[in-house]
Design a protein around this ligand. Structure first.
Ligand code: GLU
Length: 475
C-alpha cells in the first residue's frame, strides 16, 4: 500500500464530481463516500462539483437525483454545488493563456485526415494516435488553411515518464511516448472533459482526488496539464468498480436501482453508508459501524484494490443491524413516514416509537416494519382458514372467558401474560392453544411478537372489541 506525506489537519480538500447523466445508483454514490469521509476525518473541505458539460446527456432530473441522494445519505458538502457549465469563461480564459504561452496550439487537421492517419498507423501495426503535425516547432512548415476552425491541443511532453503513487493501486508510471497531444478545446471553442477537470481541481485547490478507476487512464494526461500550468498534482486514489454478484459492472442494465429507491424501500441512510463503505474499504473485521466511526476510522490505506461485489442480502442484514441499534424514539420517528405511506393514521394507534421497539428484531426494513405494524392502527381481518385452524371448539371457551377477564385486568404486559397462562391451565390447554387464536383474533395473523406485549400496547378497548367481533359475542 502506498504511503503519503502526512497531511496537515484542515488542509485537505476533496471533491465528488459526478456527471449528471442517467440515474445515480449505489456504485456511483460510493465515489462520494470516501472523499467525504476523508475530508470530514481530516477536518478538511468537501466539494460537490457537477460535471454537466455533456449537454446532450446531462439532465436537471439527474442533478436533482444526485443532490437528493447526497442529502438523504448525509453526505454534506462545504462548497458547491459548482456547475461546470457556469465556468465556461474560466476554461476559455485558461485555454487562451495556454496558447499564448506556447503550452497548447491550434491544430487544423480535418476529421478525414485524422481517419487516414489512424488507418495508416494501424496498417503498420502501430497504436493510433495524433502524429503532432501541427505541433509548433522548427518542423512546422504548414500555413494554417483558410476557412478551417482549429481545435486546440495540449503540447504533451515528448519524453519522460508520468508517475504517481496511487492511493489504491500503488505506484503507476506511464511513458509520455504513450500519450498524444490531447484536444483541450473543440473547433467551436468548447473545452473538453479532461481539461475542465484539471482547471477545476486546480482552482478548487483539491489536494486528494478520490474517484472511480474508470478515470485512471485520464490521470497521466491531467497530471501533464497541471504541471504545464506550473502546479503540483493532487494525490490520486482510484477506486475499483462496484460489480454485480455475477461480476458485471453495476449499472441500470444489470439491475442497479437508484439511490433514493433504497430510501423508499425502507433502508436507513446510515446502513447504506455503512454497507457502501465496506464495499471498498475495511477497518479490521468491523462490519457494522456508525457514520462517526466511519469518519474516525477512514484512511486511504484501508481502501481495497479488489472490486467489491454488490450483495443485496448483505445490505439487508446491515440495515437490520442498524434498525436494531437505533434508539427507540429515533426508530419511531423514522418509522412514521412509512406508516403514513401505507395509508395509516399514526394517531389512531400507539406511538410509533413503542411499536418500533416490538418489531425492531423481526424486520430488515422500515417498509417491512410498517406493514407488520399495521394491525395496531387498522382492525385486521383474519383469513378464514387461519382463523379456523387456530380457533377450535377446544380453545373457544377459553377465549370467551379471557375476553371477560380482560375487562378489569390491570393492563400491563406481565398481568396479561399471567392471565393467559392461568386461563389456558384452567381450561386444560397448553398456553400456545390460547395464544395462537388470540394472535389471529387480535392481529389477523398467527405471526406476531409476544402476544402479551402486543395486547398491552394495543390497549384494552381495541383488544376486547376485536376478540368480541371474532368470537361473535357481545362486547
Ligand atoms: N465526472 C466524472 C464521473 O462522473 C468524475 C470525474 C472525476 O472524478 O475526476 O465519472
Amino acid at each position: 500500500m502506498s504511503s503519503f506525506p502526512p497531511v496537515s489537519p484542515g488542509s485537505v480538500r476533496t471533491r465528488f464530481a459526478p456527471s449528471p447523466t442517467g440515474f445515480i445508483h449505489l456504485g456511483n454514490i460510493r465515489s462520494a463516500l470516501f472523499p467525504w469521509a476523508f475530508a470530514r476525518g481530516q477536518r478538511g473541505i468537501f466539494i460537490l462539483r457537477i460535471e454537466d458539460t455533456d449537454t446532450e446527456r446531462s439532465t436537471p432530473e439527474a442533478v436533482q437525483a444526485i443532490l437528493g441522494a447526497m442529502e438523504w445519505l448525509g453526505l454534506d458538502y462545504d462548497e458547491g454545488p459548482y456547475y461546470q457549465m457556469q465556468r465556461m469563461e474560466r476554461y476559455r480564459a485558461v485555454i487562451a493563456q495556454m496558447v499564448e504561452r506556447g503550452l497548447a496550439y491550434r491544430c487544423y487537421t480535418m476529421p478525414a485526415e485524422l481517419d487516414a492517419m489512424r488507418a495508416a498507423q494501424m496498417s503498420r501495426g502501430e497504436k493510433p494516435r495524433y502524429d503532432g503535425r501541427w505541433r509548433p516547432g522548427p518542423a512546422l512548415a504548414l500555413p494554417p488553411p483558410a476557412g478551417v476552425a482549429p481545435v486546440i491541443r495540449f503540447k504533451n511532453p515528448l519524453a519522460g515518464t508520468v508517475r504517481w503513487d496511487d492511493g489504491v493501486k500503488g505506484p503507476i508510471a506511464i511513458d509520455n511516448a504513450e500519450l498524444d497531444d490531447l484536444v483541450i478545446a473543440r473547433s467551436d471553442g468548447t473545452p473538453t472533459y479532461n481539461f475542465c477537470v484539471v482547471v477545476d481541481d486546480l482552482d478548487m485547490q483539491i489536494t486528494h482526488v478520490i474517484r472511480g478507476d474508470d478515470h485512471v487512464n485520464n490521470t497521466p494526461r491531467q497530471i501533464n496539464i497541471i504541471r504545464a500550468l506550473g502546479a503540483e498534482p493532487p494525490v490520486y486514489a482510484h477506486l475499483p468498480t462496484v460489480l454485480t454478484p455475477e461480476g458485471e459492472k453495476l449499472s441500470k442494465r444489470h439491475g442497479a436501482r437508484s439511490v433514493l429507491q433504497y430510501r423508499d424501500d425502507g433502508y436507513l441512510p446510515e446502513a447504506v453508508v455503512n454497507y457502501l463503505a465496506r464495499l471498498g474499504w475495511s477497518h479490521g473485521d468491523d462490519e457494522v459501524f456508525s457514520r462517526d466511526e466511519f469518519i474516525a476510522w477512514f484512511n486511504l490505506a484501508g481502501l481495497s484494490s479488489a472490486p467489491g461485489r454488490f450483495d443485496a442480502d448483505k445490505l439487508r442484514w446491515v440495515n437490520h443491524e442498524h434498525i436494531k441499534r437505533l434508539p427507540d424514539d429515533e426508530l419511531g420517528r423514522r418509522l412514521l413516514p412509512y406508516l403514513e405511506r401505507t395509508g395509516i393514521d399514526p394517531q389512531s394507534g400507539p406511538s410509533a416509537g413503542r411499536v418500533a421497539v416490538l418489531f425492531r428484531d423481526r424486520v430488515s426494513t422500515l417498509v417491512e416494519m410498517a406493514e407488520a405494524a399495521r394491525y395496531f392502527y387498522v382492525t385486521p381481518h383474519a383469513p378464514a382458514d387461519v382463523l379456523a385452524t387456530h380457533l377450535t371448539d377446544a380453545s373457544r371457551p377459553a377465549l370467551v372467558a379471557l375476553h371477560a377477564q380482560f375487562a378489569d385486568l390491570c393492563w400491563t404486559r406481565d398481568a396479561i401474560g399471567t392471565a393467559i397462562k392461568a386461563n389456558a391451565a384452567h381450561h386444560g390447554l397448553k398456553p400456545g392453544q390460547v395464544m395462537m387464536p388470540l394472535r389471529v383474533l387480535v392481529a389477523g395473523s398467527a405471526q406476531t411478537p409476544a402476544i402479551d406485549a402486543v395486547l398491552a400496547l394495543l390497549g384494552r378497548v381495541p383488544a376486547r372489541e376485536r376478540l368480541a367481533a371474532g368470537l361473535d359475542i357481545d362486547h
